[in-house]
Design a binder for this molecule. Structure first.
Ligand code: GLU
Length: 281
């Protein structure tokens, strides 16, 4: 059974780009006679707001989408992520990272290839770690690529199927290169989990067979493939789609203050007009 999802974060109102992504996944599920899920990715409680979450439901319903209930909300499943994190920590695949953002930026700057380099680090010597823990210093949990590579005997067997396209036209069987992301954070200092871990736990838990999302997350698939291997979870098929560009050729994004679906609605545009404009007439 084909199962896909749309997984927005309620950190703002949805714009056309979200509409395009949601419709792409929804129509794919319909074409395949499969299931379409909505998932609210709200682990970052400081940036998420209930009114944005309510607006996601309202705007998607207005666009004509329907989805299964109950809707999974990540903040209701922190224990699931903590369990996965514990499992990885017990296998020494993680280390505590006390560095600040600025220290990370400096470490990357001074690496041989500078900005090209993704951050790689290692656990502190036990005495120093203990001292900093006792002092109550906050830390993130990072995945050690070095330990992960050793645990799996290399990354060569890590592949995934791309049925859409990556930003450089990647398509078909892709060899995952988790090195691209460096030692990713799996539990942030502030929230106790991080995006990649929550996504792989949820996709597996919800039986997602097809991950349909924007090309901006293509690189994330490389890291997520590694996490699936480490946690013994199935790998879905990926379909990354092109990002919708505005009239100026730039992609729609929250931070560019793209016009939101509700603004368009208030301006009198109909859902049918938006759907047509997005290619789902
Ligand atoms: N929550 C992510 C976002 O809003 C999407 C996660 C995913 O589709 O894997 O960008």
């Amino acid at each position: 059974m084909f199962v896909t999802r749309f997984a927005p974060s309620p950190t703002g109102y949805l714009h056309r780009g979200h509409g395009f992504s949601a419709l792409t996944a929804f129509e794919a599920a319909k074409d395949a006679g499969g299931r379409f899920l909505l998932r609210i990715e709200d682990i970052d409680r400081t940036r998420c707001r209930p009114e944005y979450e309510a607006a996601i439901h309202e705007d998607l319903a207005w666009l004509g989408l329907t989805w299964e209930t109950p809707v999974r909300r990540q903040s209701d499943h922190m224990e699931d992520y903590a369990r996965a994190l514990r499992e990885l920590a017990e296998r020494s695949l993680l280390y505590r990272c006390f560095r600040t953002r600025r220290e990370i930026a400096e470490a990357i700057e001074s690496a041989p290839h500078g900005a090209m380099e993704a951050f790689r680090g290692r656990a502190l010597p036990p005495a120093e770690e203990e001292r900093r823990l006792a002092a109550g210093e906050p830390y993130a949990w990072r995945l050690s690529l070095e330990h992960a590579e050793r645990a799996l005997g290399g990354f060569e067997a890590l592949t995934f199927q791309e049925e859409g396209r990556g930003p450089a036209g990647e398509h078909g069987l892709i060899a995952a290169r988790p090195q691209l992301g460096g030692d990713v954070v799996l539990a942030r200092k502030d929230v106790g989990v991080a995006y990649h871990l929550a996504v792989v736990v949820d996709d597996a838990g919800q039986g997602v067979t097809h991950v349909i999302r924007g090309q901006d997350l293509f690189e994330a698939a490389h890291v997520q493939r590694l996490l699936q291997a480490l946690l013994g979870l199935p790998t879905p098929i990926y379909r990354h789609h092109q990002l919708l560009a505005g009239p100026d050729g730039k992609r729609f994004a929250k931070r560019d203050r793209a016009e939101t679906l509700r603004e368009l609605r208030e301006r009198g545009m109909t859902a049918a007009q938006i759907r047509r404009e997005l290619g789902f007439g």
